[in-house]
Design a protein around this ligand. Structure first.
Ligand SMILES: [Zn+2]
Length: 348
């Protein structure tokens, strides 16, 4: 019934069998703009089982109903062990202590939702929530780069763009738990209009959606670009744009150069401001870019940041690396990490 409406897509059956399915787990719910990923994760950060569910973002009510249905579907289909708690990572602003989802830009959350309380009522489990990038940064602290470094930045470039800032082993949250909105750093005054209402933000230049929009606009000046056909067929990805730049396509080169320039400007400012040891990145756009190799986009950005940051900040800065955590599961691990952090505080 529920499964028929939004059938989950299991992709971890083999791995789950190899683990034996007996270890204690917490559930993570990664609420994205187009899909919901629900999974069971051990205290060591092993994903025992994960399923994808459809997100209907037509209205606030349907968005919430999609989350409820996904969790219900997962808990109905997966019953090896009773999970200990549930963590939710959501886009936008949250008040974790109150379990409140305050608002979101990429999903229609217009009035605050007591999502923690609603999910606790539905599942009977302790439920905690936070912003999805904050959650992924906490996963980096627990299971990733945080094991080696206490001062780092986690950069997530996908549909949108955000950063998790970690200083002296602590996530920087800000006065309204809204620190890290790197995508709205002004890097091009008077530039393209951003969904936030400002002009010149980083996000319309560097995000996946933003790159495709620049191709659409640029084809007026470059009608012979090799990007024309995949754009028309709706198969074009940001990584193809970067690869076309490597192959010498003038439009792709123009866009890629703008991405490198804008991203390195923003990150140089961040390095001067926060003095991190390292920046790690994840997210769809950059993951796609990995096969480009040593001449890839992030290597160029890393080189510019290292060259342009202040001398003392530059000396302490090791570079920009891909995260060791699976980029497809950074959000899920983050959400589950919220639950494990909660359990740990209570001595579990
Ligand atoms: Zn903006």
């Amino acid at each position: 019934m529920v499964e028929e409406k939004t059938p989950g897509v299991p992709y971890d059956a083999e791995h789950r069998r190899s683990l034996g399915g007996s270890e204690a787990t917490a559930l993570g719910v990664d609420v994205g703009g187009t899909k919901i990923l629900v999974g069971a994760v051990t205290k060591a950060g092993e994903v025992v089982e994960a399923r994808r569910y459809r997100m209907d973002r037509s209205t606030q009510e349907l968005t919430l109903s999609s989350i409820r249905t996904a969790v219900e579907g997962f808990m109905g289909a997966w019953a090896d062990t009773a999970p200990l708690a549930l963590g939710l990572g959501v886009v936008g602003q949250t008040k974790p202590a109150a379990g409140l989802w305050v608002q979101a830009m990429n999903l229609p959350i217009h009035s605050p939702v007591p999502l923690g309380r609603l999910m606790r009522k539905q599942t009977g489990l302790p439920c905690v929530l936070d912003n999805d990038v904050h959650a992924a940064t906490l996963a980096e602290l627990r299971w990733g780069i945080g094991k080696e470094y206490k001062d780092f930045i986690y950069l997530n470039i996908g549909t949108g763009l955000a950063a998790g800032l970690v200083s002296n082993g602590q996530l920087v949250r800000g006065a309204a738990n809204y620190a890290g909105e790197l995508g709205h750093m002004l890097v091009d005054p008077g530039g393209s209009l951003c969904p936030c209402g400002q002009r010149g933000c980083l996000e319309p230049i560097c995000s996946g959606d933003g790159i495709l929009a620049q191709v659409r606009e640029g084809l007026i000046d470059y009608p012979d670009s090799i990007l024309c056909e995949p754009l028309r067929d709706e198969t074009l990805t940001a990584s193809q744009v970067f690869q076309a730049a490597e192959a010498g396509d003038p439009l792709a080169m123009r866009i890629t150069s703008k991405v490198v320039q804008a991203l390195s400007t923003a990150l140089t400012n961040l390095v001067n401001l926060l003095n991190p040891a390292v920046i790690v990145y994840g997210g769809g756009v950059l993951k796609d870019n990995r096969p480009v190799g040593t001449s890839g986009l992030m290597e160029k950005v890393s080189g510019l940041v290292s060259a342009n940051a202040l001398v003392a900040a530059r000396r302490a800065f090791i570079g920009i690396w891909p995260s060791h955590l699976d980029p497809d599961r950074a959000g899920l691990l983050g959400a589950a990490c919220l639950a494990w952090d909660y359990l740990e505080k209570r001595g579990r």
